[in-house]
Design a protein around this ligand. Structure first.
Ligand SMILES: [Zn+2]
Length: 85
């Protein structure tokens, strides 16, 4: 099991008949490490474990568009964001 963090604006990845969607934390869960590697290379995904706390600011993450927001309301699409950090 591997957790990947998509770049801004990327909320899901299609792979054949499979769709990897970002969860509320903005992480894409991939159960096959080999696939995870290819997805990472193809989509510039960052392994969640590589994102240290120093690079993560406490804020909110929009589950709809993966926008990182300082506010509970997403300033990009107005969805209710999820607390992170
Ligand atoms: Zn949003």
């Amino acid at each position: 099991m591997e957790y990947l963090v998509p770049t801004e604006g990327c909320k899901s990845i299609s792979w054949g008949s499979s769709v990897y969607a970002a969860d509320a934390r903005g992480h894409v869960t991939v159960d096959d490490p080999a696939r995870g590697k290819v997805l990472r290379d193809a989509c510039e995904l960052t392994p969640a474990s590589a994102m240290g706390t120093a690079t993560r600011t406490a804020g909110y993450r929009c589950p709809a568009c993966s926008f990182g927001s300082w506010f509970r309301r997403c300033s990009r699409c107005d969805a209710v964001c999820v607390r992170e950090g």
